[in-house]
Design a protein. Structure first.
Ligand SMILES: NC(=O)c1ccc[n+]([C@@H]2O[C@H](COP(=O)([O-])OP(=O)(O)OC[C@H]3O[C@@H](n4cnc5c(N)ncnc54)[C@H](O)[C@@H]3O)[C@@H](O)[C@H]2O)c1
Length: 272
């Protein structure tokens, strides 16, 4: 099979790790065709020195040479990157899933992909259980709950924390700081609760999902607990995610989930 030629948009915690892994041969059958990163940094310099085309925006990409673009930047970036990628018939790997809770934006992505024949691949990111939720939706699902617990430092600057005037430094015990639907959760914690959007995508919509965010100085990292109840029975998942070394707001598992997705694309064995 010809290699899958991937452009990476965003060389932060996730994009840099994916670039390293692909170049180290950890995703056989995948090549880095280009990277897009507006801010100078050591990863960008290393890739440029290794001969990888480096761009500051998508305009300079050689689209005909690409099979897929990985968005590993931000929700705002996904909104500008995704339409450009999909209209050219190039597949999109989307990490900033929070943006898809905007129903109009999600619908526009799906119709752009349908029109061009491109595919949107959504890695499992910092969560699991999406397979169970998707299968459960074939029957009836009564409720899905997500409880995300993080050390206060991982919640600094979240819009909800700022708007509500929550003093994170004064939190010395486990404290619920948000409870509500996934749309409000992702608005209030755009860099932290992409997992809520992933669960909503797997559940075909946000209606059945409730989200709680807990600040806990004793949290052993980023903890996600998912519970689902439905005609299939019930499910409970607890993930204690180690934060990425370069971005405490991102779980190390998120980059690994992209690498796992890229491995699967080159494999005859498909999990879903
Ligand atoms: N789906 C999940 O479970 C999950 C998990 C963790 C993080 N995320 C999301 O993935 C995204 C990347 O996370 P990260 O920790 O690597 O972020 P990061 O902040 O470490 O890095 C983002 C990088 O993208 C670059 N960037 C910004 N706008 C860009 C644009 N328009 N084009 C190209 N590059 C651009 C930035 O300069 C930065 O280097 C974030 O939106 C984050 O919320 C999703």
């Amino acid at each position: 099979m010809p290699p899958l030629r991937l452009a990476i948009a965003g060389l932060g915690a996730i994009g840099a790790e994916v670039a390293r892994a692909v170049r180290a041969g950890e995703a056989p059958g995948v090549e880095i065709a280009a990277v897009v990163e507006p801010i100078p940094g050591p990863t960008r310099d290393r890739l440029a020195a290794a001969g990888v085309p480096v761009h500051i925006d998508l305009d300079a990409l050689d689209w005909d040479s690409l099979d897929a673009v990985l968005e590993a930047a931000s929700q705002a970036a996904l909104r500008t990157i995704a339409p450009q990628v999909l209209k050219r018939g190039v597949n999109l790997v989307a990490l900033s899933a929070g943006a898809t809770l905007d129903g109009d934006f999600l619908a526009s992505l799906l119709s752009a992909a349908q029109a061009s024949g491109a595919r949107i691949w959504v890695p499992s990111g910092a969560i699991g259980a999406l397979d169970v939720i998707r299968a459960a939706r074939v029957g009836d699902v009564a409720s899905i709950t997500l409880t995300t617990t993080k050390p206060p430092v991982a919640l600094v600057d979240a819009p909800w924390v700022v708007e509500q005037g929550i003093n994170l430094t004064s939190i010395d015990d486990r404290r619920v700081i948000f409870s509500g639907g996934p749309v409000e959760a992702v608005r209030g914690f755009p860099q932290n609760v992409n997992v809520a959007a992933l669960l909503a995508l797997a559940a075909d919509g946000p209606d059945r999902l409730r989200v709680t965010v807990v600040a806990d100085p004793a949290a052993p990292g980023n903890v996600h607990e998912v519970e689902a109840i439905g005609s299939f029975g019930s499910m409970r998942l607890r993930l204690e995610n180690r934060p990425s070394e370069t971005n405490p707001k991102t779980s190390a598992l998120a980059a690994q989930s992209v690498i796992a997705l890229l491995r699967q694309l080159g494999s005859p064995l498909r999990f879903a």
